[in-house]
Design a protein around this ligand. Structure first.
Ligand code: PHE
Ligand code: ZN
Length: 888
């Protein structure tokens, strides 16, 4: 048993293991109540380190025997370990037999049951819940796995690698033997035994090799696998084309499981996925779901090289694989769309996510460097910082060395490190070494601070135009974020810039002493606390367009006023900054009203600008939808030192209502002209139109309900009843909920009746209710009632997230109540969950990260709830680490 006083693990304490495990032969006799595991290992001493006892990890296991070279040996137990002191000299074999109990494994880490089948999840430290092992990523072994189980109940038996043998056994049992030729760390082990069916596809890659692709799902779900398979084929093709990284396995499998803590897992050759990222039909999945499937299928597939062929030396290096693979899946999704505009839309969405989740994380009690220095529970460090900020760090490398230079760097990385377990430094070194003349190579020691220092850096920009010399001098200054720690040093910040004339003309961006060029966009590298850049041949006072494409994960303040932002919104050739300008105009108004410095009435300059965007003949619908969506309540809160969530909600809702009313004719026009007809296709153009139509419909419903007009809610209700795809149907239901229309209730009932047998749709049904805009505690009341709905279950992570996560994280105005009842609800659910699934509980606990920012009475009430959770006697170390950091 793991104790809840788990110690702090430090990066600086890393030491190579005293033993290597070279091969593993595993035999499983699968039984839900008592599975027997035989584990035969060949063990080598690591002669580079002093000899010592063999300390194998093990958790919640029953040991039945230990043999070294066939002889029994003495052993002892320490918390979390099996310790063997007297081992044969030299190398030896070790055989361990143990049992575990999959059906009682509610943590979903290790071997567990779901929907009548067996599944495993071993990252990060789940393998030790299956058998005793050196469960650390720098110990890599070749696995041979035999599975034995009842043939009737578990007709499909899968593990990593290639199927080498299968057959029948007596007593209605059968077996399958798998061999994975690639040495791998234990966290990449997987097995599945269940009653499943597969969609299959054979592909021949560029190099001419043949492969079998399979997507395994429960019977009845096969018709929902086409998109996942298409995404997998596209991923294989893309990685070979962009990075010359081929599929290295004869067989590549994806298995979908309904109970899963995360999105998906990259086990070698046998990816296991949350059903949410596999199953889709137009009737059950939205455009967002379709794009999510494409990116997660890509992400897990790309791990086959970045993560599996080259893995992490230790868990502090997690971003080595995750940051890089996030970057790769983002690039994949961008390369999958045709237009520059659709690429920009993807970039905007990614940045919006980064700011909404990672920036707050990096400013709060869980702030940590991309390569953390310590942890109690590694599961708590699968964070937006390691993933999304880590992805931004890799993106900055590509920006500094260029796209071709980055591909060369990747090639060198694999030449050097294929088959190894390495560090973030090794990666950065390879990219720099392959680009010796680059800005990355020049600044490498400073650049690596992105891995070492936490916090979001602030960049302040001030420009001065000098008419007589036609020069524009840009001063850039950086300061580390407050969580960077004492003695933080300057970051290396790539800043892509353009200059724009008042009439919208792109001006040259030539620095003094440079050979003239006609470029209108360029890269500046800020690698000191402060620097000046002088642009020459600037004919007029420019509006600077800085940090184009969000070229670095920083907070920029450039002091631009409304007029200048309007120039950028109307003319910037960089779509990201165009969107950003619109968001900043909106944000300024929201913040002024929240502060009480201005009324919450929107001015006509802003409304007209929004109308121009909405009516623009040149802009794509997807882009318009992003511009016309006001900054989220969470993003607004992040700009403030003292947060009153109710005030933010009231101001934002009021401004939304004003945009709804002032642009009514424009929303009607958009709704009428942009409907997508014909068969559903999840492509960016159609999806953009659907998104804008849905936004229009919600605006029209808000405006109609305010005026007591029934027509638009009536139309939305009709659409809930007979929409031909889930995007439209969910959009219509959202419009009813978002406008507090009376028809929301019957619409919800309809929706449930239509999809009673589709768990992923029922998840939407819960989460839409939980995240509907709060009014007079109605949503909170509904959420409490839904806890007792027959379809609700805390044991299923998707369902728990769909109700509790959606309410506590996605509904600030419902959650932050002046009576503290939202916090009490949170505390109760976290404690319930903690006894069942500590990883999930710890994630839910993160809701309170930013409690110290809250204004009273929220702050005091939030603290009381946190203290109640912290005082719980049997709290897991996972949740304890989160609430401890929050309070500390
Ligand atoms: N490694 C998985 C991914 O990023 C995420 C994951 C982590 C899944 C831990 C399960 C457990 O693709
Ligand atoms: Zn990953």
């Amino acid at each position: 048993m793991r104790t809840d006083t788990a110690p702090l693990v430090r990066r600086e304490d890393y030491a190579p293991p005293p033993f290597w495990i070279r091969t593993v032969e595993l035999t499983f006799d699968l039984d839900p109540a008592k599975t027997m595991v035989i584990n035969r290992m060949t063990v080598e001493r690591n002669r580079a380190v002093p000899a010592g006892p063999l300390r194998l990890h093990g958790e919640e296991l029953n040991l039945t025997r230990v043999l070294a070279d066939g002889q029994s040996v003495s052993f002892r137990h320490e918390p979390g370990f099996l310790v063997i002191d007297n081992l044969p000299e030299g190398d030896f074999t070790l055989e361990i037999r143990n049992t575990c109990c999959p059906e009682k494994n509610t943590q979903l880490s290790g071997l567990y049951t779901s929907g009548g089948g067996f599944f495993t999840q071993c990252e990060a430290e789940g393998f030790r819940r299956i058998t005793y092992f050196l469960d650390r990523p720098d110990v890599m072994a070749v696995y041979t796995v035999t599975l034995r189980a009842s043939q009737a109940q578990y007709p499909v038996l899968l593990s990593n690698g290639n199927l080498v043998e299968q057959g029948e056994l007596e007593g209605g049992r059968h077996f399958a033997k798998w061999h994975d030729p690639f040495p791998k760390p234990s966290y990449l082990f997987a097995l599945v035994a269940a009653d499943l069916v597969a969609r299959e596809q054979h592909i021949r890659t560029r190099s001419g090799s043949e492969h079998l692709l399979q997507v395994w799902v429960r019977r009845g779900d096969l018709d929902k696998t086409e998109h996942a398979m298409n995404s997998l084929v596209a991923s294989v093709v893309w990685d070979e084309a962009r990075f010359k990284l081929p599929l290295d396995l004869e067989r590549f499998m994806i298995v979908a499981v309904g109970d899963f803590n995360m999105g998906a897992m990259e086990n070698k050759g046998l990816n296991i996925f949350n059903t949410k990222y596999v199953l889709a039909t137009p009737a059950t999945a939205t455009d967002t779901d379709y794009f999510g499937i494409e990116s997660v299928v890509g992400h897990e597939y790309f791990h086959n090289w970045t993560g599996n062929r080259v893995t992490c030396r230790d868990w502090f290096q997690l971003s080595l694989k995750e940051g890089l693979t996030v970057f790769r899946d983002q690039e994949f999704s961008m390369d999958m769309v045709e237009s520059a505009s659709a690429r920009a839309v993807k970039r905007i969405e990614d940045v919006r996510g980064l700011r909404q989740v990672q920036f707050p994380e990096d400013a709060g009690p869980m702030a940590h460097p991309v390569r953390p220095d310590s942890y109690v529970e590694i599961n708590n460090f699968y964070t937006a910082t390691v993933y999304e900020k880590g992805g931004e760090v890799v993106r900055m490398m590509q920006t500094l060395v260029g796209r071709d230079g980055f591909a060369r760097g990747m090639t060198l990385y694999f030449e050097r490190h294929d088959g190894q377990a390495v560090t973030c430094d090794d990666f950065a070194q390879a990219i720099a070494d392959a680009n010796a003349e680059s800005e990355l190579a020049r600044t490498l020691p400073g650049f690596k601070r992105w891995y070492a220092q936490a916090g979001t850096p602030r960049v302040t920009a001030r420009g001065r135009y000098d008419a007589p010399t036609r020069t524009y001098t840009l001063g850039l200054e950086q300061a580390p974020g407050p969580t960077a720690g004492p003695g933080a040093e300057p970051f290396v910040i790539p800043i892509t810039v353009g200059l724009i004339g008042r009439s919208g003309r792109a001006l040259p961006v030539e620095l003094e002493d440079e050979t003239p060029s006609s470029a209108t966009s360029r890269l500046l590298v800020l690698d000191e606390a402060k620097a000046f850049f002088t642009f020459v041949n600037v004919d007029e006072p420019p509006v600077p367009s800085l940090l184009r494409g969000f070229s670095a994960p920083v907070v920029l303040s450039d002091g631009l006023g409304d007029d200048e932002l309007l120039v950028l919104l109307n003319h910037d050739s960089d779509p990201f900054n165009r969107w950003e300008a619109g968001q900043r105009l909106a944000l300024a108004r929201i913040l002024a009203a929240v502060a009480g410095d201005a009324p919450d009435t929107l001015d006509s300059a802003f409304v007209d600008a929004m109308r121009r965007v909405l009516r623009s003949p040149e802009l794509d619908a997807a882009f318009k939808e992003l511009v016309l969506t006001l900054p989220s309540e969470i993003y607004v809160a992040e700009q403030l030192e003292r947060v009153d969530p109710q005030r933010i909600h009231a101001v934002r809702e009021s401004m939304k209502a004003q945009l709804a009313g002032a642009l009514r004719a424009d929303w009607e026009w958009a709704y009428d002209t942009l409907q997508v007809t014909g068969a559903y296709r999840p492509d960016p153009v159609d999806a953009g139109r659907r998104a804008l139509v849905n936004l229009a419909l919600s605006m029209l419903c808000i405006d109609a309900v305010a005026r007591g007009d029934e027509a638009w809610p009536g139309r939305a209700y009709q659409r809930v009843k007979d929409a031909s795809n889930m995007t439209d149907r969910q959009g219509a239901l959202g419009a009813l909920l978002g406008s507090h229309a009376a028809l929301a209730k019957p619409a919800l009932e309809r929706f449930h009746a239509l999809f009673a047998n589709e768990p992923l749709v029922i998840d939407k049904w819960f989460s839409m209710q939980a995240s509907a805009p709060e009014r007079d505690g109605e949503v909170f009341g509904a959420v409490k009632r839904l806890l007792h709905h027959p379809d609700f279950s805390l044991a299923n992570p998707n369902r728990a997230r769909s109700l509790i996560g959606a309410f506590c994280m996605g509904n600030p105005a419902g959650f932050h109540r002046a009576d503290g009842a939202g916090y009490a609800f949170w505390a109760d659910r976290v404690l319930e969950l903690d006894a069942m699934n500590r990883q999930l509980a710890a994630r839910m606990a993160r809701v309170m990260d930013r409690w110290k920012q809250l204004a009273e009475p929220y702050r005091g009430l939030a603290e009381a709830a946190l203290r109640r959770v912290a005082a719980h006697p049997t709290l897991s170390s996972d949740t304890r680490e989160i609430v401890g950091r929050a309070l500390g």
